[in-house]
Design a protein around this ligand. Structure first.
Ligand SMILES: Nc1ncnc2c1ncn2[C@@H]1O[C@H](COP(=O)(O)OP(=O)(O)OP(=O)(O)O)[C@@H](O)[C@H]1O
Length: 385
């Protein structure tokens, strides 16, 4: 059964010294003027659910200025069990506890999944591939612990390789690290492709709904070694029995071997160039996610409104995939997005909010919400009295 957050507690977290918000229901509207701490609250919930922050800062930034330690905690229940999740911050470190027992972030992933939507998410379309890859990886890490570890391991390998290339190390050392890069990199690519193939149809469908079918949106994952292989790799992989392993469809061995070969070949072909340029060029850290509208690059040709629709479709697709894989609706964290959307898009968002997900939405202007909705929501005025 889906877990619902009942209460939140913050101590020396961002601009909060002590804050308790309880009696939370399906929809919580956080209202307040600029800089009162609406986004900080949403960030706290994201750290306790997705175990990551969309701000991608260091942990010491989360601690209230002038303090050495901070804490964020939530209590959730599904009617049967009660969970207390706690994040303890000290200096640059963070520690999690579940029901008073120390846990690694990995242990808590997927327990209470969440999807966050902020105005900065427009960068998903307009910005670089790095942002799109990161978004995919954050989703993958929430729904599959192996995805999380593979990605972490891959980042270590690339860091190591970049150090070797920068130091102009002996090519045999680079070749040795390339073997590891092929092993871990092909796994990460396969996880990404499988997850992407789950996400894509939801995205395309949601976009069609939001835009009223005026144009066709498409999304494509292009591995760094080029489009040649992506046709085979696009084949949906068969699920692998176990709930979690099937979550991002473990790759079939045929496709896995092809990915390994293509990656290995590209590394070999571009080894001299990598040495010359002093950095790793081939691998999933250079893969691309292309978004198009009627076949044209949406980042270049899409209007602001079309780009917003793509982001909204992406976020709704994320929520759908999480529900599909984890069999529970994610918490929706919507930070100041109403003002960015026109009537049709706002309606799509409200429909999603009313689809059974627990939702936290921030706004500086309560007028964006109709009375009906406010009557069904818990309205929290910030700053707290
Ligand atoms: N570590 C910290 N210690 C103390 N204050 C902080 C810390 N980090 C951020 N702040 C402050 O928190 C305040 C509120 O930030 P937040 O982003 O939550 O505002 P907001 O209510 O979402 O505002 P807006 O409507 O403008 O987006 C800012 O004034 C910021 O300087």
């Amino acid at each position: 059964m889906t877990l619902r957050i009942e209460s939140l507690e913050l101590r020396n977290f961002r601009n909060y010294d002590e804050a308790v918000i309880d009696g939370l229901g399906d929809i919580t509207v956080l209202v307040g003027e600029n800089a009162v701490g609406k986004t900080n609250l949403v960030e706290g919930i994201q750290l306790l659910t997705a175990l990551a922050s969309f701000r991608h800062g260091t942990f010491d930034q989360l601690v209230r200025h002038g303090e050495s330690q901070g804490r964020a905690a939530l209590r959730a229940t599904d009617g049967n069990r009660q969970l207390d999740i706690e994040l303890l911050l000290a200096g640059k470190t963070r520690k999690y506890r579940l029901n008073n027992k120390a846990k690694r972030p990995l242990d808590l992933k997927g327990l209470i999944p969440s999807v966050i939507f902020t105005p900065d998410d427009l960068d998903l379309v307009k910005g670089s591939n790095t942002g799109r890859r990161t978004a995919l990886d954050v989703l993958g890490s929430q729904v599959n612990k192996s995805y999380y570890t593979v990605r972490r391991d891959y980042e270590k390998v690339v860091r190591h390789k970049n150090r070797l290339l920068k130091d102009e190390a002996d090519p045999t050392l680079v070749e040795a690290i390339d073997e590891m890069l092929v092993t871990v990199g092909s796994q990460l690519t396969m996880y990404r492709i499988a997850l992407f193939e789950r996400l894509r149809p939801h995205m395309v469908g949601k976009y069609r709904e939001i835009s009223g079918g005026r144009e066709e949106m498409e999304a494509r994952y292009v591995p760094s070694w080029e489009a040649g292989l992506s046709k085979e790799a696009d084949e949906p992989a068969p699920p692998e029995g176990a709930h979690e392993a099937s979550s991002t469809s473990a790759p079939s061995s045929l496709v896995r071997d092809e990915v390994r070969d293509a990656l290995s070949r590209a590394l070999h072909e571009r080894a001299a160039e990598e040495r010359r340029r002093g950095r790793a060029l081939v691998g999933p850290h250079s893969d691309q996610i292309l978004l198009t509208l009627d076949g044209q690059d949406a980042s270049i040709y899409g209007s602001q409104g079309q780009q917003r629709s793509i982001v909204l479709a992406y976020k709704l697709a994320e929520a759908a995939v999480i529900e599909e894989i984890l069999d529970q609706k994610p918490v929706l964290l919507l930070d100041d997005v109403m003002s960015e959307l026109d009537g049709r898009r706002r309606a799509a968002l409200v429909e999603a909010m009313e689809g059974g997900s627990q939702t936290f939405i921030t706004t500086a202007n309560i007028d964006y919400f109709d009375e009906d909705m406010l009557a069904r929501s818990k309205v929290v005025n910030l700053p707290l009295a």
